[in-house]
Design a protein around this ligand. Sequence first.
Ligand code: SAM
Ligand code: SF4
Length: 326
Amino acid sequence: MQDAYGRNIEYLRISLTDKCNLRCRYCMPKDGIRVLSHEEILTSGEIVRIASVMHDMGVRKVRLTGGEPLVRRGITDFVRELAEIPDISIAMTSNGVMLGEFAEELKEAGLSSVNVSLDTLNEETFIKLTGRDELKSVLKGIDSAMDAGLKVKLNCVPIKGINDDEIPELTRYAGEHGIPLRFIELMPIGCGVSYKGVPTDELLKRLKKEYGEAKAVSLDKVMNGDVSGPVVYYEFEAYKGMIGFISPITHNFCDGCNRARLTAEGFLKLCLYHSRGIDLKMAVRRGITDNELAKLISEAILNKPKSHSFGQEGDGDHRKMVQIGG
Ligand code: SAM
Ligand code: SF4
C-alpha cells in the first residue's frame, strides 16, 4: 500500500483507549481528559476487522498503544484474536505499571514485543512527573516482560529541568539489564508545549563524554527483518548495548514514514500531528464490505501528508497525546 509520495505503509499503530493510569505532565492534563464512552470507542471485533483488511493491503506490523493499552478490559483476549491474522507482528507501547500482571499471558496470546516508557528512576521525580507512586510496579513490569520472553525496549523523553539530569542513571540501568534504550525528542503536542525537550545532538554530545566515541549501527543489524521505525541506534566505545534516538524535531524523518494510526474512536490518522484522515468507525458501522473498506483506506492513504506540521499554524492536531495515541 503506497501513498502519493511512494512511501510503503506497512506499520499500523492502534490506540486501544484514551484512558490511562498515569498522568504524565507532558502528555495528559493534571485533571485528566473527558474520556470516550464505551459506544464511542471501537470494539475489539471492529479493530481486528480493520487490521485484517489493512494486513491484506500490506500492513506487516501493528503496535498497540493508547492511553495505556493495558487498562483496556479484555486486552489478552483481544491480542489473541489479533494474532489470528497470519504473519502479523504484534507489539505494544506501555507505561509498564500493569505489565507484572499481564506480561506472561500477553506473550502466550501472541504479543512479541513491548516498549516500556521509563522517564526516571527516581521515585520522587516519578511521582512529580506522573502524579502516581508507581515506579516500583514499572520496574517489576519490565522484569516480568523480560522473564516472559517478550522483546523489551525502553523509551525515555528527556525534559529540561525534570529528568535530563538522569541520563547517566537511565543508560546504566538499560545497559545492566541488556535492554536497548531510546531517547525521544519531546514534541510540541498538547501538554508537551509547556515543556522543553533535549535535542538529540545535545544528548549525543553528553553521552560521548560519558561513554566515548559513538558509531551508528546499521538498520539491518538492529531490525533483524522487523518493520523499522524512525529510530537511529548508536554503539559507544565504553557502553555495552545500544542507545537509540528518535528525533522528530531536529532530524525530520517524514520522508521514510511507513505508518498510519487508528485512534480509539476509529479515526484513521495519516500523520501524528496532522488532522487529515478518515472516520472508519462510521464506515464499519454503516455495514460496508471488506472491499469497500479497503478502497476507502487506500484513498485515504493517498492523502497522507508529506510531513508533520509542528510549529505551523493550521492543519495540526490540537488534542492531547493521550487522546491521539502516542
Ligand atoms: N501509555 C503508554 C506509554 O506511556 O508508553 C502508551 C501511550 S504514550 C502516549 C506513548 C509514548 O508517547 C510514551 O513513550 C510517551 O512518553 C510518549 N509521549 C507522550 N507525549 C509526548 C510528547 N509530547 N512528545 C514525545 N513523546 C511523547
Ligand atoms: Fe499515560 Fe503514556 Fe501519556 Fe503517561 S505517556 S499519561 S502513561 S498515555
